[in-house]
Design a binder for this molecule. Structure first.
Ligand SMILES: [Zn+2]
Length: 339
């Protein structure tokens, strides 16, 4: 699956009014920087919400995930991702191109207190990412490279030193998290998981759900696809509707487990499905890939007694041990009889 442009799309979606794009400096005086800042801030607010929830789920379930990686919960931003980098730079008051986007709540980055939003960054361990050549406007590859670089430092050196434009340096040490990135896409209303990333469009209806556990259920569904190895399995067995339905059901059923370990009420899984499904799950196309939303909510609720019993007994819901798989991630469908 091709990588999505992430922040790149923001430029087209909201940050830069189309008439301004491509105009000469004569237009610069007419740019409404207050509006630009507000558009960027709205994107960042949603990204913060996604990163907070994603971190909580990926951190709290690390003991059960088949693959864990060291993480510090830091998202960067690169002005090269915008349609007109100079406008974004001025709007945010930056000299260079890199700055803090988000530090996930409770993450090592957040706990340092150093990673305030939009704080300018000039060094990631030995490298200044501003020195890396950026492509044309809306270049998202350089930001991906910076995140890859951070991850490599965490894996190889057990930490990273980040230097800010004001000369201060913060050293951050990672903790284990389930291997998945969380990315907000600047356009669209879809949510997808590609095996390594959870990507949610800024227009996804769940951003309007005020209760964090209910929003978290959406993120947990996508994370479930990644930690259960669904994308690789579909690549192997083929993307027939009956197989897709199977992995969708399995992802749904894991949602309350992921929620419970992260300290959320596991009931929020079914609550999400009822709220989202009753409004949005009407298309026939969706029906060939998923069960009906009411069945999906029931399947999620059916997991709750097992989860509650495990939480009461062990203080955690060990889904690596106790979750009933419907597929064999290394083979085809699970051999065990369906409940
Ligand atoms: Zn899904």
């Amino acid at each position: 699956m091709p990588r999505f442009p992430i922040l790149a799309a923001l430029a087209a979606a909201c940050a830069l009014p189309a008439p301004l794009a491509g105009q000469t400096t004569n237009a610069a005086a007419r740019i409404d920087y207050t509006a630009e800042r507000a558009a960027i801030a709205q994107f960042q607010d949603r990204d913060q919400r996604l990163q907070d929830v994603g971190w909580q789920l990926a951190r709290a379930n690390a003991a059960f995930c088949p693959r864990v990686v060291p993480g510090i919960g830091l998202q960067l931003q690169d002005m090269a991702s915008y349609g007109v980098p100079a406008i974004a730079r001025t709007a945010l008051g930056l000299t260079g191109d890199f700055a803090v986007q988000t530090a996930a709540r409770g993450s090592p980055a957040a706990l340092t207190g150093a990673f305030a939003r939009n704080r300018e960054i000039i060094r990631l361990e030995g490298f200044n990412p501003n020195d890396w050549r950026a492509g044309r406007a809306m270049d998202w590859q350089r930001l991906a490279r910076a995140h890859d670089h951070v991850d490599a430092m965490l894996t190889e050196h057990g930490g990273i030193a980040v230097t800010f434009a004001d000369g201060e340096t913060a050293r951050v040490q990672p903790v284990d998290v389930c291997a998945s990135r969380f990315e907000l896409m600047g356009e669209g209303d879809r949510a997808v998981a590609d095996g390594t990333r959870v990507v949610i469009g800024i227009g996804f209806p769940a951003f309007a759900y005020q209760e964090e556990p209910v929003f978290a259920a959406l993120v947990a569904h996508e994370l479930a696809h990644n930690v259960l190895g669904h994308d690789a399995w579909l690549d192997r067995v083929g993307r027939k509707p009956k197989f897709v339905r199977r992995i969708e059901r399995e992802a749904d059923r894991l949602v309350p487990w992921l929620l419970a370990n992260a300290g959320y009420d596991p009931q929020a899984g079914a609550a999400f499905m009822i709220r989202w499904g009753s409004r949005h799950d009407s298309g026939l196309k969706l029906r060939t890939r998923h069960d009906g939303w009411d069945e999906r909510a029931e399947a999620m609720a059916a997991e709750e007694p097992i989860i509650r019993a495990l939480m009461a007994r062990d203080g955690r819901a060990d889904w690596a041990q106790h979750f009933r798989r419907e597929i064999d991630p290394a083979g085809g469908l699970a051999r065990t009889a369906r409940r």
